[in-house]
Design a protein around this ligand. Sequence first.
Ligand code: ACM
Length: 261
Amino acid sequence: MKIGYVQTSPIFGEKEQNFNQVEGLLVNVKADLIVLPELFATGYTFVSTEEAKDLAESLNGKTAQFLQKMAKITGAVFVGGLIEEENNKIFNSAMLVSEKGVIGTYRKIHLYYKEKLWFSPGNQPLKVYKINDFKVGIMICFDWIFPETARTLALLGADIIAHPSNLVLPYCQKAMTTRCLENRVFAITSNRIGQEKRGLDNFSFTGASQITSFNGDVLSSAPIDKIHADFVEIEVKKARDKKINEFNDIIADRHPQYYLK
Ligand code: ACM
């Protein structure tokens, strides 16, 4: 199967321009799974809850419609970020969208820095979705630093972790090789580039979107400063063999009775 990412440079608050940027990078692309950055349609650096709420959407809003359109054009299932509004709360979410519409969402559990001021933390369990012949789980950006996130998705049976991101720290891309190796899953980290100087914050996003293999190999690595899309063929069933030799199975060999919660 063919999986990939789109690495963009979102313009704050300009959804249509941000949609056009994604569409421009996907001309003539056909794939099975495509991951877009966290909050790819809105930008990241909010200065107030009201500002983030003004850009929030329900699951049949513009962003869902755009992803459904792109799913029809490319044949892929998409994972991309949005500000999700429900009952006057907003979440830093990502949705999984096919040509038929929204399949599900993930609400970011581990909020980074001032995200804690604007967003409610995810209030739903991690989940894995079966699409055709593969299983995909979603985590968002800073979730990577909590190994429990990727481990839970692996225990739920994920073959691939879709990982929309707006990374500002320099560690994640290296860490994802360990996340994938320790869980024997594939991951698609779709990051953004560019700078956002808003309010008292000035973020530079680190690019280098990455597709990481079940054995820790880096299958694709994007430039740190250019918009970019890339796709690789993977043999997804390799993620289902958790043995690293005839004696060790990284899931079956766990001893959870000795681990702390
Ligand atoms: C982040 O979680 N967007 C740093």
